[in-house]
Design a protein around this ligand. Structure first.
Ligand SMILES: Cc1ncc(C[n+]2csc(CCOP(=O)(O)OP(=O)(O)O)c2C)c(N)n1
Ligand SMILES: [Mg+2]
Length: 354
């Protein structure tokens, strides 16, 4: 397929291994089962949160640009398994999933969508600029590739302070084509900075297919040319993502310099809410949806006896409640008064703090 991921791996995700014919009736309570349930809960939260955003956007309750992460949840959730609160995360404008995976409460993310001052960016950022310095979540960056130099700077600062921290930078295949990526990759490798580059290769940069933009579509191979460890991962499989991220972060903490993970993934929705999505074949979209990371994990757990219908229903219910609470809190939060317009913008902020 012309738009398939390049390189040595297949363009579409690998087929799942054969399923067991007879699953035990009751869900298992082993640590592995609990871990899988937690992964599922985290991915489901992102999925349902964004589905609610679609409803709210369609009703013009939330406005502005909204870029959905639906289909890519395994990347944010799997990578975050390897990170802890010491580490820094830099993201893109498609960052609801990264922010939720980082642990920013759904209330704070939803309030930001509503432009309320209870939002994680005080309502000044909106969908593309989620930010939480306390959790070392440094955006939410609307400029394609704009987060990459920030990541190098954060990693350099941490290293100068002698902190054994990692900076994880999420960016897209479109950002890989930007000078910021190549300059940052070079400098990070040259200086041995602890940056985990996570390229979310979803095959499209807005309406431009990877193969129409890149002469060599094997991004991991190209990243390796900077002298850093780099490999491609099935980004639709949360276990594969977690394993790759844990390996990379362990190596990074040991001081082995930057690492690059090309996450082969796919967005199920259009680029943004305004995009009519006419540039990709419908059968390609349907083929990728057969590798849905959320239903894939749930189905695998069910056939392994780790999940039954009642447990899944309970999980869905708890996630829905969490999102309902977030929406209710965002709606009830007061509008910021007009006289606060210049707060956080000019010296008025410092005056207000004095
Ligand atoms: C420097 C810059 N150029 C162009 C744009 C317009 N733009 C917004 S998103 C996008 C595509 C980026 O694609 P990719 O990096 O693959 O991320 P994805 O949207 O697929 O997650 C472009 C070109 C921008 N925001 N910033
Ligand atoms: Mg892309």
């Amino acid at each position: 397929m012309a738009t398939a991921h390049g390189g040595t791996s297949a363009g579409t995700p690998k087929a799942k291994s054969p399923r067991r014919a007879h699953a035990p009736a009751a869900p298992s309570r082993t640590p592995a089962a609990a871990h899988d349930l937690d992964l599922l809960r985290r991915m489901l939260l992102i999925r349902r949160f964004e589905e609610r955003c679609v409803e709210l956007y369609s009703a013009a309750t939330i406005r502005g640009f909204v870029h959905l992460y639906i289909g890519e949840e395994a990347v944010a959730v799997g990578v975050h398994q390897a990170l802890d609160e010491r580490d820094a995360v830099v993201s893109t404008y498609r960052e609801h999933g990264h922010a939720l995976a980082r642990g920013i409460p759904p209330e704070a993310v939803m309030a930001e969508m509503y432009g309320k001052s209870t939002g994680c960016s005080h309502g000044r950022g909106g969908s593309m600029h989620l930010f939480d310095a306390g959790r070392r979540f440094y955006g939410g960056n609307a400029i394609v590739g704009g987060g990459l130099p920030l990541a190098a700077g954060l990693a350099l600062a941490d290293r100068m302070r002698g902190e054994p921290r990692v900076t994880c930078c999420f960016f897209g295949d479109g950002a890989f084509a930007e000078g910021e990526f190549h300059e940052t990759a070079n400098l990070a490798a040259l200086w041995g900075l602890p940056v985990l580059f996570v390229c979310e290769n979803n095959l499209y940069a807005m309406g431009t297919a990877l193969a129409r933009e890149h002469a060599q579509t094997d991004l991991a191979m190209r990243a390796a040319s900077y002298g850093m460890a780099a490999w491609a991962v099935d980004g639709m499989d949360v276990h594969a993502v977690e394993k790759a991220a844990r390996g990379a972060v362990e190596s990074l903490r040991a001081g082995s310099g930057p690492h690059f993970l090309e996450m082969r993934t796919y967005r199920f929705r259009a680029h943004s809410m305004y995009d009519p999505d006419r540039y990709r074949p419908k059968d390609e979209v349907e083929e990728w949806k057969r590798h849905d990371p959320v239903t894939g994990l749930a189905d695998g757990m069910r056939t392994s006896g780790l999940l039954d219908a009642a447990a899944l229903e309970d999980l869905e219910h708890r996630v829905a409640e969490e999102i309902d609470d977030a929406v209710r809190a965002a709606e009830q939060a007061p509008e910021e008064p007009a006289e606060d317009l210049l707060l956080h913008v000019t010296g008025r902020h410092e005056e207000a703090q004095a």
